[in-house]
Ligand binder design. Structure first.
Ligand code: PLP
Length: 386
């Protein structure tokens, strides 16, 4: 039975934070560009707004929408995914503490932790998150206060057990943060699985059209929210109103886009699994993927990201990366258009030579929502050219 207090995902995506404007009846709320707000007399704020770094109604609308979709009580919209991550680390940790993280996290995340936060005094311990005993051992140290999980991971598509790691972290008074960028709240809601904090690069699927950089933090605990809010206010890495508007507009169609991303990615993974030029297809939707059963349990679909390891090694990967028509060779992911990435030299160049380095024969595909026959034919012709 449908309950108006608990709308489904698509209903919430379209209506949360999008009340009809009371003055003109505008169905799409206006974009509020003003940086400052006149109080009704000194100290008498109208609806709590005084200055744009502290709050903006267009940003509030996006935050309301994000909180509703992730099942959190508080959401914060940032100028980028990395700005959101920075606010989590510096808002919720202190110099002298350390964080435990997956050894195949997004390269930019590792660079932020390793080059910026370590200079601030927060160190990191990257390890294989499927080794739960090792994770528990690291978190047994009193100064290890935060566990950072990215699942599915970028670009190796490994799947991490959120509920199990939440239990391990909480038994040791550590916080569990999940980067939910790849899955999106449509496919996975980490807060309902026990995570304390969700972060997003909204630049990817949530914005969905490769035209706006942004990030988000979503959480339910009031004390943690206050710390993130203070960090955001004090540092100022907020999203601008036009960016917040574009992100809200993208988020409204997330569900229909993800359905197509998932079905296109599944078809591509199945088609190229066993292809003579392809050594391995990394996609959690394939039963042969080591994380398949776990993904089927904790996700509501397997997502739109597929990685291919080519039999011909680095030269083959480089050649195919430059030989597609519909798959555009570019960084980023999660847009309606298909993108091809060679992580070793593009998105993950910053982790070369570290233990987070990615295989040289790996191509990462962000499978778009075009006609899947066109996408398969495009990859087929590129592989045939080897
Ligand atoms: C892109 C990305 C980020 C960083 O987000 P920006 O919006 O580029 O700052 C963080 N995590 C993952 C998984 C990403 O793909």
């Amino acid at each position: 039975m449908s309950d108006p207090q608990r709308p489904g995902f698509a209903t919430a995506a379209i209506h949360a934070g999008q009340e009809v404007d009371e003055v003109f009846g505008a169905v799409v709320p206006p974009v509020h560009l003003s940086t400052t707000y006149a109080p009704d007399g000194i100290g008498n704020l109208r609806n709590g707004y005084d200055y744009g770094r502290a709050g903006n109604p267009t940003r509030t609308a996006l935050q309301t929408q994000l909180a509703a979709l992730e099942g959190g009580r508080h959401a914060f919209s940032f100028g980028s995914g990395l700005a959101a991550e920075d606010a989590v680390i510096r808002g919720l940790m202190r110099p002298g503490q350390r964080l435990v993280m997956g050894n195949d996290a997004y390269g930019g995340t590792f660079r932020l932790f390793d080059k910026v936060h370590s200079a601030w005094g927060v160190t990191n311990v990257p390890l294989d998150l499927s080794d739960h005993q090792r994770v528990a051992q690291e978190l047994d140290h009193d100064d290890a206060t935060l566990l950072w999980v990215e699942t599915p991971s970028n670009p190796l598509m490994s799947v991490t057990d959120i509920a199990a790691l939440a239990e391990i972290a909480h038994a040791r008074d550590a916080l569990l943060v999940v980067d939910n960028t790849f899955a999106t709240p449509y496919l996975q809601t980490p807060l309902t699985l026990g995570a304390d904090v969700v972060v997003h690069s909204t630049t990817k699927y949530i914005g969905g059209h490769s035209d706006v950089i942004g990030g988000a933090v979503v959480l339910s605990d009031d004390d943690l929210a206050e710390k993130v809010a203070f960090q955001q206010f004090a540092v100022g890495a907020v999203s601008g109103p036009l960016d917040a508007y574009l992100t809200t507009r993208g988020l409204k169609t997330l569900g229909v886009r993800m359905d197509r991303h998932c079905s296109n990615a599944q078809a591509i993974a199945e088609h190229f699994d066993g292809h003579p030029a392809v050594e391995r297809v990394l996609y959690p939707g394939l039963p042969s993927h080591p994380g398949h059963e776990l993904a089927a349990k904790q996700m509501r679909g397997f997502g739109g990201m597929v990685s291919l390891q080519l039999a011909g090694g680095e030269p083959a990967a480089r050649k195919v990366a430059e030989a597609t028509k519909w798959f555009i060779l570019a960084e980023s992911l999660g847009g309606v258009e298909s993108l091809m990435n060679y992580p070793h030299e593009m998105t993950h160049a910053s982790v070369r030579g570290t233990e987070l380095a990615v295989p040289e024969n790996l191509l990462r595909l962000s499978v778009g929502i075009e006609d899947v026959e066109d996408l398969i034919a495009d990859l087929d012709q590129a592989l045939a050219g080897l």
